[in-house]
Write a protein that binds this ligand. Structure first.
Ligand code: AMP
Ligand code: ZN
Ligand code: FE
Ligand code: FE
Length: 281
């Protein structure tokens, strides 16, 4: 049988709800041969996941998801096959997490101005991993837990989404800085979920063209939020620029209706192509 992989998975060291061990257990249940752990600004889940998977035929691909800013717009960049234990790299990630903490406090201050009082300690409680990669999904979950919204999506539309009153930008890397950070530790840099990119000012193809000049090597063509038409469009762009193709569920643990892990499965051949394109190769 053809081997398959899910190349975009979060754990509870960032804003997922599953521990690294639980993620590995789900991966086995879903029949995956490989998963990439791609937490926001942290690689703390990778060693525990590798340890949990050591007696199973599941490969853990070390990854990360970084946030970059392209002319005011937020884009996410995935790094694969990184040397996640590199000291300079982990120092940089720690700094990004420190900025996340400051930003989370700032978002809470903005919510307080609207009469919504949330405690930072409660946020850290809900994140469940001490200070670290704390993010907006944690704030959304806390808003929900405190009965301030009726569903997590509402948190983003009403309060903390990119165009909402309590949105706070975090210190973001330029696309080139994010790409270079990934390549500096032997990784391959892929544009995550292109569907979320703001295309009001210019077509996606042009934006991706710019990102290619900044060193992006591939596109996440398959993603839980992409329909067949989206993926077709992204694949065409990838082919045009001769980019790598990846796909993943972007599972954040227990969703409202289902666990997304394994919902997007890509053939292992794509993983092999990624491997061959690493900065090390
Ligand atoms: P952050 O890195 O703290 O800015 O948070 C980004 C994360 O928030 C994403 O990875 C998603 O998990 C989540 N997120 C962003 N926008 C939305 C949205 N509109 N609905 C639900 N979750 C979202
Ligand atoms: Zn996330
Ligand atoms: Fe993302
Ligand atoms: Fe993600």
């Amino acid at each position: 049988m053809q081997k398959v992989a899910d190349l975009h998975v979060h754990t509870n060291v960032s804003d997922g709800t599953f521990t690294p061990e639980k993620v590995v257990e789900y991966a086995r249940m879903k029949g995956l041969d490989a998963i990439a752990i791609t937490d926001h600004d942290t690689c703390e889940a990778i060693s525990p996941a590798i340890l949990a998977a050591r007696d199973m035929a599941i490969e853990i691909i070390p990854g990360v998801e970084l946030t970059a800013e392209l002319e005011e717009d937020e884009i996410h960049i995935l790094g694969y096959f990184i040397d996640w234990q590199n000291k300079v790299f982990t120092k940089k990630l720690e700094e990004l997490c420190r900025v996340r903490e400051e930003r989370a406090r700032e978002i809470l201050r903005k919510l307080a101005e609207l009469g919504i009082d949330l405690k930072y300690d409660d946020l850290i409680d809900i994140a469940g991993h001490g200070p670290g990669s704390v993010g907006r999904l944690h704030i959304a979950n806390l808003l929900y837990k405190k009965g301030k919204i009726s569903c997590v999506r509402d948190a983003f539309t009403k309060y903390i989404g990119n165009n909402s009153p309590c949105y706070v930008k975090k210190f973001k890397l330029s696309p080139k800085e994010a790409v270079d950070m990934i390549k500096s530790v032997g990784g391959v840099a892929i544009l995550a979920h292109p569907k979320t990119i703001n295309t009001e000012a210019r077509p996606l193809k042009d934006i991706i063209g710019v990102l290619v000049t900044e060193g992006i090597q591939g596109i996440e063509v398959y993603h839980s939020d992409h329909n067949a038409k989206d993926s077709r469009e992204f694949k065409e762009i990838a082919d045009e620029y001769k980019l790598l193709i990846t796909g993943g569920s972007d599972c954040h643990g227990m969703g409202k209706k289902e666990v997304l892990l394994g919902k997007v499965k890509v053939p292992y051949e794509l993983v092999e192509k990624l491997m061959l394109s690493c900065a090390k190769a």
